[in-house]
Design a protein around this ligand. Structure first.
Ligand SMILES: Nc1nc2c(c(=O)[nH]1)N[C@H]1C(S)=C(S)[C@@H](COP(=O)(O)O)O[C@H]1N2
Ligand SMILES: [Mo]
Length: 249
């Protein structure tokens, strides 16, 4: 500073004061902004501004989502033997697998009933992929079943496939998910009845579950009771708790 003349010293002092004032103003703005955000009314369990951000993300995702996108696959030898069980909503003890049939609601009032044997008789597809839960864990696991797109083709469900969404629901209606049709007809999406080459264990969703590797675990509904099709977003258990509707990876 000693090399500076008086004018230069003044300039430095003025700039120091200005930058301090700007810095202080920023802190005040952040504190006020945070306080406002924190005290905002909530919308589906999330502050309104954050919910808006999430909605913009969903819109962007809807536009840019690549329908041919595939999850990375692994050799069968990479699959874990002890598969974690997570989530038991809609998996109550009073379920009778012996009388179970899959209900496919072609349109309201027009339901197709499909027994497990008919599903097993369709071409089988197996997949080994890294199953990811939004809680932060993941596991390489091995599943088998019929591709949902093969199932639609076999039962002539072309009109249904032209809807924007499919909804899936457990027999007791306690757990339910909504999924965009591009993800449903993705070739890796399975109506799954096998894990590690054996019948699906009860707590993994026997007799039938969804395996949809392009989505987080929440969307892999266990114990499917019914499937329906519509252009409006179907109800979704975790989206109602504030999670992202698409749950895409
Ligand atoms: N019916 C039903 N399906 C469900 C859930 C649930 O609570 N009920 N939890 C979901 C969640 S959060 C995850 S991570 C996966 C876990 O599948 P797993 O138990 O086979 O590991 O199932 C999904 N499907
Ligand atoms: Mo999960």
């Amino acid at each position: 500073m000693s090399d500076l003349n008086n004018d230069q010293k003044k300039t430095v002092r003025r700039r120091t004061i200005i930058s301090f004032a700007v810095f202080a103003a920023c802190i005040v703005a952040v504190v006020i902004g945070w306080w406002k955000l924190y005290n905002q009314p909530q919308d589906s369990g999330v502050q309104r501004t954050l919910r808006k951000g999430l909605e913009v993300n969903e819109k962007v995702f809807e536009k840019v989502y690549d329908t041919t996108h595939l999850a990375k696959t692994y050799p069968k030898s990479a699959a874990v033997k002890e598969v974690r069980v997570n989530g038991d909503v809609g998996m109550g003890k009073d379920f009778n697998a012996k009388v179970w049939v899959l209900r496919v609601v072609r349109k309201p009032g027009d339901t197709l009933y499909v027994p497990l044997d008919s599903i097993r008789a369709l071409p089988k597809t197996e997949i080994v992929f890294d199953f990811k839960c939004i809680e932060g864990w993941s596991q390489v696991t091995h599943w088998g079943g019929v591709r949902f797109s093969d199932f639609l083709a076999h039962y002539g469900l072309r009109d249904q496939a032209s809807k924007k969404y499919a909804g899936l629901i457990t027999p007791d209606k306690a757990y339910y998910v909504g999924i965009d049709m591009p993800s449903m007809i993705n070739p890796q999406t399975l109506l799954c009845y096998e894990m590690n080459g054996k019948a699906l264990p009860d707590d993994q969703g026997y007799p039938l579950r969804l395996i949809i590797p392009v989505k987080y675990g929440v969307k892999h509904l266990k114990r499917i009771g019914a499937i329906y099709f519509q252009d409006e977003k179907p109800a979704d258990y975790w989206a109602e708790q504030g999670y992202d509707y698409y749950g895409g990876l």
